[in-house]
Design a protein around this ligand. Structure first.
Ligand SMILES: [Zn+2]
Length: 340
Protein backbone atom coordinates (compact mmCIF):
# COMPACT_ATOMS: atom_id res chain seq x y z
CA UNK A 1 0.00 0.00 0.00
CA UNK A 2 1.19 3.50 -0.76
CA UNK A 3 2.02 5.59 2.27
CA UNK A 4 -1.01 7.88 2.06
CA UNK A 5 -3.35 4.90 1.75
CA UNK A 6 -1.58 3.19 4.64
CA UNK A 7 -2.14 6.29 6.78
CA UNK A 8 -5.73 6.74 5.73
CA UNK A 9 -6.80 3.20 6.58
CA UNK A 10 -4.45 2.61 9.52
CA UNK A 11 -7.12 2.19 12.19
CA UNK A 12 -9.00 -0.23 10.01
CA UNK A 13 -6.09 -2.40 8.85
CA UNK A 14 -4.83 -2.52 12.43
CA UNK A 15 -8.03 -4.36 13.34
CA UNK A 16 -6.50 -7.84 13.23
CA UNK A 17 -9.37 -9.83 11.65
CA UNK A 18 -9.29 -7.40 8.73
CA UNK A 19 -5.57 -6.64 8.51
CA UNK A 20 -3.56 -5.31 5.57
CA UNK A 21 -4.59 -8.19 3.36
CA UNK A 22 -8.26 -7.47 4.06
CA UNK A 23 -7.68 -3.80 3.32
CA UNK A 24 -6.07 -4.69 0.02
CA UNK A 25 -9.10 -6.78 -0.93
CA UNK A 26 -11.49 -4.01 0.12
CA UNK A 27 -9.51 -1.62 -2.07
CA UNK A 28 -9.96 -3.91 -5.06
CA UNK A 29 -13.69 -4.46 -4.52
CA UNK A 30 -16.63 -3.19 -6.53
CA UNK A 31 -19.94 -2.64 -4.74
CA UNK A 32 -23.37 -1.55 -5.97
CA UNK A 33 -25.70 0.27 -3.60
CA UNK A 34 -29.31 0.17 -4.74
CA UNK A 35 -31.29 3.05 -3.25
CA UNK A 36 -29.52 6.08 -1.81
CA UNK A 37 -31.99 6.99 0.91
CA UNK A 38 -31.42 6.64 4.64
CA UNK A 39 -29.82 3.19 4.39
CA UNK A 40 -27.91 3.63 1.15
CA UNK A 41 -26.45 7.05 1.89
CA UNK A 42 -24.86 5.89 5.14
CA UNK A 43 -23.70 2.60 3.62
CA UNK A 44 -22.04 4.61 0.88
CA UNK A 45 -20.31 6.92 3.32
CA UNK A 46 -19.05 4.03 5.45
CA UNK A 47 -17.75 2.11 2.43
CA UNK A 48 -16.18 5.17 0.83
CA UNK A 49 -14.35 6.01 4.05
CA UNK A 50 -13.33 2.35 4.40
CA UNK A 51 -11.70 2.52 0.96
CA UNK A 52 -13.91 0.23 -1.12
CA UNK A 53 -12.29 0.64 -4.53
CA UNK A 54 -15.37 1.27 -6.65
CA UNK A 55 -18.91 2.23 -5.68
CA UNK A 56 -21.92 2.30 -7.97
CA UNK A 57 -24.70 4.44 -6.51
CA UNK A 58 -28.07 3.66 -8.05
CA UNK A 59 -31.06 5.84 -7.21
CA UNK A 60 -34.11 7.11 -9.10
CA UNK A 61 -35.06 9.93 -6.76
CA UNK A 62 -34.05 13.49 -5.89
CA UNK A 63 -33.20 15.12 -2.58
CA UNK A 64 -36.06 16.64 -0.61
CA UNK A 65 -36.15 18.59 2.63
CA UNK A 66 -37.85 15.72 4.47
CA UNK A 67 -34.84 13.47 3.69
CA UNK A 68 -32.38 15.53 5.72
CA UNK A 69 -33.54 14.23 9.11
CA UNK A 70 -31.96 10.81 8.43
CA UNK A 71 -30.20 10.69 5.06
CA UNK A 72 -26.49 11.21 5.41
CA UNK A 73 -24.49 13.04 2.72
CA UNK A 74 -27.28 15.43 1.73
CA UNK A 75 -27.52 19.13 2.53
CA UNK A 76 -30.15 21.85 2.33
CA UNK A 77 -28.79 23.14 -0.96
CA UNK A 78 -29.21 19.67 -2.52
CA UNK A 79 -32.90 19.80 -1.63
CA UNK A 80 -33.28 23.38 -2.90
CA UNK A 81 -31.71 22.39 -6.21
CA UNK A 82 -33.69 19.12 -6.30
CA UNK A 83 -30.48 17.28 -7.14
CA UNK A 84 -30.75 13.57 -7.86
CA UNK A 85 -29.58 11.67 -4.77
CA UNK A 86 -26.99 9.68 -6.70
CA UNK A 87 -25.41 12.89 -8.00
CA UNK A 88 -25.51 14.74 -4.66
CA UNK A 89 -24.04 11.70 -2.88
CA UNK A 90 -21.27 11.22 -5.44
CA UNK A 91 -20.23 14.88 -5.15
CA UNK A 92 -20.01 14.67 -1.39
CA UNK A 93 -18.25 11.30 -1.38
CA UNK A 94 -15.66 12.57 -3.84
CA UNK A 95 -14.73 15.20 -1.26
CA UNK A 96 -14.51 12.52 1.46
CA UNK A 97 -12.37 10.07 -0.51
CA UNK A 98 -10.90 11.18 -3.83
CA UNK A 99 -8.89 7.96 -4.25
CA UNK A 100 -11.79 5.65 -5.07
CA UNK A 101 -14.10 5.37 -8.08
CA UNK A 102 -17.64 6.60 -7.52
CA UNK A 103 -20.23 6.22 -10.23
CA UNK A 104 -23.62 7.88 -9.74
CA UNK A 105 -26.43 6.29 -11.72
CA UNK A 106 -29.73 8.19 -11.83
CA UNK A 107 -32.05 5.37 -12.80
CA UNK A 108 -34.76 3.11 -11.58
CA UNK A 109 -33.36 -0.39 -11.19
CA UNK A 110 -35.62 -2.46 -13.41
CA UNK A 111 -35.50 -5.77 -15.29
CA UNK A 112 -34.38 -4.04 -18.50
CA UNK A 113 -31.31 -2.40 -16.90
CA UNK A 114 -30.47 -4.74 -13.99
CA UNK A 115 -27.76 -6.62 -15.91
CA UNK A 116 -26.09 -3.43 -17.06
CA UNK A 117 -26.26 -1.63 -13.71
CA UNK A 118 -25.16 -4.49 -11.46
CA UNK A 119 -22.86 -6.37 -13.82
CA UNK A 120 -19.49 -7.36 -12.40
CA UNK A 121 -19.96 -6.19 -8.82
CA UNK A 122 -18.62 -8.21 -5.91
CA UNK A 123 -21.48 -7.35 -3.59
CA UNK A 124 -24.82 -5.53 -3.56
CA UNK A 125 -26.22 -3.49 -0.69
CA UNK A 126 -29.96 -3.06 -0.31
CA UNK A 127 -30.93 0.54 0.33
CA UNK A 128 -34.38 0.17 -1.22
CA UNK A 129 -37.77 0.60 0.36
CA UNK A 130 -39.83 -1.94 -1.56
CA UNK A 131 -40.10 -5.67 -2.10
CA UNK A 132 -40.38 -5.44 -5.87
CA UNK A 133 -36.85 -4.10 -6.17
CA UNK A 134 -35.54 -6.49 -3.52
CA UNK A 135 -36.91 -9.48 -5.44
CA UNK A 136 -35.20 -8.13 -8.53
CA UNK A 137 -31.89 -7.82 -6.64
CA UNK A 138 -32.41 -11.33 -5.24
CA UNK A 139 -33.03 -12.84 -8.68
CA UNK A 140 -29.92 -11.16 -10.08
CA UNK A 141 -27.78 -12.03 -7.04
CA UNK A 142 -28.78 -15.70 -7.06
CA UNK A 143 -28.31 -16.01 -10.84
CA UNK A 144 -24.86 -14.39 -10.65
CA UNK A 145 -23.95 -15.88 -7.25
CA UNK A 146 -23.31 -12.39 -5.85
CA UNK A 147 -23.73 -11.80 -2.10
CA UNK A 148 -26.19 -9.10 -1.07
CA UNK A 149 -27.22 -7.61 2.24
CA UNK A 150 -30.93 -7.11 2.83
CA UNK A 151 -31.95 -4.32 5.20
CA UNK A 152 -35.14 -2.48 6.09
CA UNK A 153 -36.31 0.01 8.68
CA UNK A 154 -39.55 1.72 9.66
CA UNK A 155 -40.58 3.64 12.78
CA UNK A 156 -38.00 2.66 15.44
CA UNK A 157 -37.20 -0.90 14.27
CA UNK A 158 -35.33 -2.53 11.46
CA UNK A 159 -33.71 -5.73 10.32
CA UNK A 160 -30.64 -6.95 8.49
CA UNK A 161 -29.82 -10.24 6.78
CA UNK A 162 -26.84 -11.26 4.66
CA UNK A 163 -27.75 -13.41 1.66
CA UNK A 164 -24.93 -15.47 0.19
CA UNK A 165 -26.22 -17.48 -2.79
CA UNK A 166 -25.41 -21.17 -2.61
CA UNK A 167 -24.78 -21.02 1.10
CA UNK A 168 -27.65 -19.24 2.85
CA UNK A 169 -31.37 -18.86 2.39
CA UNK A 170 -32.28 -16.36 -0.33
CA UNK A 171 -35.02 -13.73 0.04
CA UNK A 172 -37.58 -16.00 -1.64
CA UNK A 173 -36.75 -18.93 0.66
CA UNK A 174 -37.94 -16.66 3.45
CA UNK A 175 -40.68 -14.68 1.68
CA UNK A 176 -41.82 -16.68 -1.38
CA UNK A 177 -44.27 -13.85 -2.15
CA UNK A 178 -44.29 -10.18 -1.16
CA UNK A 179 -46.05 -9.62 2.17
CA UNK A 180 -49.78 -9.19 1.48
CA UNK A 181 -52.06 -6.42 2.67
CA UNK A 182 -50.96 -3.00 3.67
CA UNK A 183 -47.54 -2.79 5.26
CA UNK A 184 -46.30 -0.14 7.63
CA UNK A 185 -44.37 2.47 5.67
CA UNK A 186 -42.17 5.39 6.55
CA UNK A 187 -45.03 7.65 5.48
CA UNK A 188 -47.62 6.16 7.83
CA UNK A 189 -45.36 5.19 10.73
CA UNK A 190 -42.49 7.64 10.39
CA UNK A 191 -38.88 6.55 10.80
CA UNK A 192 -36.09 7.53 13.17
CA UNK A 193 -32.57 8.39 12.00
CA UNK A 194 -30.90 6.20 14.64
CA UNK A 195 -32.59 3.02 13.41
CA UNK A 196 -31.76 3.58 9.74
CA UNK A 197 -28.19 4.39 10.80
CA UNK A 198 -28.02 1.23 12.93
CA UNK A 199 -29.28 -1.02 10.13
CA UNK A 200 -27.06 0.62 7.51
CA UNK A 201 -24.06 0.14 9.81
CA UNK A 202 -24.85 -3.55 10.32
CA UNK A 203 -25.19 -3.97 6.55
CA UNK A 204 -21.88 -2.16 5.94
CA UNK A 205 -20.22 -4.32 8.60
CA UNK A 206 -21.30 -7.50 6.81
CA UNK A 207 -20.16 -6.00 3.52
CA UNK A 208 -16.66 -5.23 4.81
CA UNK A 209 -16.38 -8.69 6.33
CA UNK A 210 -17.39 -10.43 3.11
CA UNK A 211 -15.07 -8.23 1.03
CA UNK A 212 -12.11 -8.67 3.39
CA UNK A 213 -12.57 -12.29 4.45
CA UNK A 214 -14.72 -13.91 1.80
CA UNK A 215 -18.30 -15.03 1.47
CA UNK A 216 -17.92 -17.91 3.91
CA UNK A 217 -17.03 -15.52 6.72
CA UNK A 218 -20.39 -13.96 7.44
CA UNK A 219 -23.13 -15.39 9.67
CA UNK A 220 -26.47 -15.31 7.91
CA UNK A 221 -28.48 -14.57 11.04
CA UNK A 222 -31.43 -12.23 10.96
CA UNK A 223 -30.69 -9.28 13.24
CA UNK A 224 -33.50 -7.00 14.42
CA UNK A 225 -32.98 -3.73 16.24
CA UNK A 226 -35.41 -1.39 17.97
CA UNK A 227 -33.75 1.86 18.98
CA UNK A 228 -36.77 2.97 21.03
CA UNK A 229 -37.12 -0.08 23.29
CA UNK A 230 -33.43 -0.91 23.04
CA UNK A 231 -34.20 -4.48 22.02
CA UNK A 232 -31.70 -6.24 19.79
CA UNK A 233 -32.33 -9.81 18.66
CA UNK A 234 -30.68 -12.41 16.50
CA UNK A 235 -32.45 -15.43 15.11
CA UNK A 236 -30.76 -18.58 13.85
CA UNK A 237 -29.99 -18.53 10.13
CA UNK A 238 -33.26 -18.93 8.21
CA UNK A 239 -33.49 -22.37 6.60
CA UNK A 240 -33.00 -22.78 2.87
CA UNK A 241 -36.09 -23.92 1.03
CA UNK A 242 -34.96 -26.86 -1.08
CA UNK A 243 -37.86 -26.20 -3.40
CA UNK A 244 -37.28 -22.42 -3.55
CA UNK A 245 -38.38 -21.13 -6.98
CA UNK A 246 -35.35 -18.85 -7.09
CA UNK A 247 -32.28 -20.47 -5.53
CA UNK A 248 -33.34 -24.11 -5.95
CA UNK A 249 -35.35 -24.15 -9.20
CA UNK A 250 -33.52 -21.15 -10.64
CA UNK A 251 -36.52 -19.29 -12.01
CA UNK A 252 -36.01 -15.53 -12.18
CA UNK A 253 -39.35 -13.94 -13.07
CA UNK A 254 -38.51 -10.63 -11.42
CA UNK A 255 -35.39 -10.29 -13.52
CA UNK A 256 -37.31 -11.22 -16.66
CA UNK A 257 -39.76 -8.42 -15.94
CA UNK A 258 -42.78 -10.68 -15.84
CA UNK A 259 -44.15 -9.23 -12.62
CA UNK A 260 -43.34 -5.59 -13.19
CA UNK A 261 -45.88 -2.81 -12.64
CA UNK A 262 -45.66 0.92 -12.03
CA UNK A 263 -44.77 1.42 -8.39
CA UNK A 264 -46.27 3.69 -5.79
CA UNK A 265 -43.28 5.01 -3.99
CA UNK A 266 -42.82 4.25 -0.33
CA UNK A 267 -42.84 7.22 1.94
CA UNK A 268 -44.85 9.54 -0.19
CA UNK A 269 -48.01 10.25 -2.07
CA UNK A 270 -46.57 9.56 -5.50
CA UNK A 271 -46.51 7.22 -8.48
CA UNK A 272 -43.61 6.54 -10.76
CA UNK A 273 -44.07 5.93 -14.48
CA UNK A 274 -41.27 3.92 -15.95
CA UNK A 275 -42.57 1.46 -18.51
CA UNK A 276 -40.06 2.25 -21.19
CA UNK A 277 -36.97 4.27 -21.74
CA UNK A 278 -37.47 7.14 -24.17
CA UNK A 279 -35.01 9.98 -23.96
CA UNK A 280 -36.62 13.34 -23.35
CA UNK A 281 -35.16 16.76 -24.10
CA UNK A 282 -35.83 18.48 -20.78
CA UNK A 283 -35.12 21.96 -22.05
CA UNK A 284 -37.63 21.53 -24.88
CA UNK A 285 -40.20 20.10 -22.48
CA UNK A 286 -39.62 23.06 -20.14
CA UNK A 287 -40.32 25.38 -23.05
CA UNK A 288 -43.61 23.61 -23.77
CA UNK A 289 -44.74 23.52 -20.15
CA UNK A 290 -43.73 26.98 -19.00
CA UNK A 291 -46.86 28.73 -20.35
CA UNK A 292 -49.08 26.42 -18.27
CA UNK A 293 -47.01 25.55 -15.23
CA UNK A 294 -44.27 26.72 -12.90
CA UNK A 295 -41.23 24.84 -14.23
CA UNK A 296 -37.73 24.34 -12.90
CA UNK A 297 -35.17 22.47 -14.91
CA UNK A 298 -31.54 21.48 -14.65
CA UNK A 299 -29.48 18.90 -16.50
CA UNK A 300 -30.75 16.10 -14.25
CA UNK A 301 -34.48 16.66 -14.00
CA UNK A 302 -37.44 18.88 -14.77
CA UNK A 303 -39.99 19.72 -12.12
CA UNK A 304 -43.36 21.26 -12.87
CA UNK A 305 -46.39 22.12 -10.76
CA UNK A 306 -49.39 21.07 -12.85
CA UNK A 307 -52.99 21.06 -11.57
CA UNK A 308 -52.66 19.74 -8.03
CA UNK A 309 -49.71 17.52 -8.94
CA UNK A 310 -45.99 17.90 -8.96
CA UNK A 311 -44.42 16.29 -11.99
CA UNK A 312 -40.73 15.41 -12.08
CA UNK A 313 -39.34 14.13 -15.38
CA UNK A 314 -35.89 12.61 -15.88
CA UNK A 315 -33.89 12.58 -19.12
CA UNK A 316 -34.60 8.86 -19.70
CA UNK A 317 -38.34 9.56 -19.82
CA UNK A 318 -39.08 8.29 -16.35
CA UNK A 319 -41.37 10.47 -14.27
CA UNK A 320 -42.58 10.79 -10.70
CA UNK A 321 -46.05 12.25 -10.24
CA UNK A 322 -46.65 13.46 -6.75
CA UNK A 323 -50.04 14.20 -5.28
CA UNK A 324 -51.67 10.88 -6.11
CA UNK A 325 -51.33 7.18 -5.45
CA UNK A 326 -53.66 6.37 -8.35
CA UNK A 327 -51.76 4.83 -11.25
CA UNK A 328 -54.47 5.85 -13.72
CA UNK A 329 -54.34 9.48 -12.62
CA UNK A 330 -50.54 9.44 -12.81
CA UNK A 331 -50.61 8.01 -16.33
CA UNK A 332 -53.06 10.65 -17.41
CA UNK A 333 -50.94 13.48 -15.95
CA UNK A 334 -47.94 12.02 -17.75
CA UNK A 335 -49.85 11.69 -21.00
CA UNK A 336 -51.23 15.20 -20.72
CA UNK A 337 -47.99 17.01 -20.00
CA UNK A 338 -45.20 14.78 -21.28
CA UNK A 339 -47.02 12.67 -23.85
CA UNK A 340 -47.16 8.90 -24.16
ZN1 LIG B 1 -34.14 -19.39 -2.14
Amino acid sequence: MALAAEQRYLRQSRFAPLGEEGQRRIGGAHVAIVGMGALGSLQAELLARAGVGALRLIDRDFVELSNLQRQFLYEETDAQEALPKAVAAARRLARINSTIQIKPIVADLAPRNADELMEGVDLILDGTDNFETRYLINDFAVRESTPWIYGAAVASYGLKLAIVPGRTACLRCIYPEPPSGSQPTCETEGVLGPVTAAIASLQAGDALKILARGRESVAARLTTVDVWTGEIRQTASPARDHDCPCCARRKFPHLEGKLRAPISLCGRNAVQIHERARPIDLAALAGRLSPVAAVRVNEFALRAAVDTYELTVFPDGRAIIRGTTDVGVARSVYARYVGM
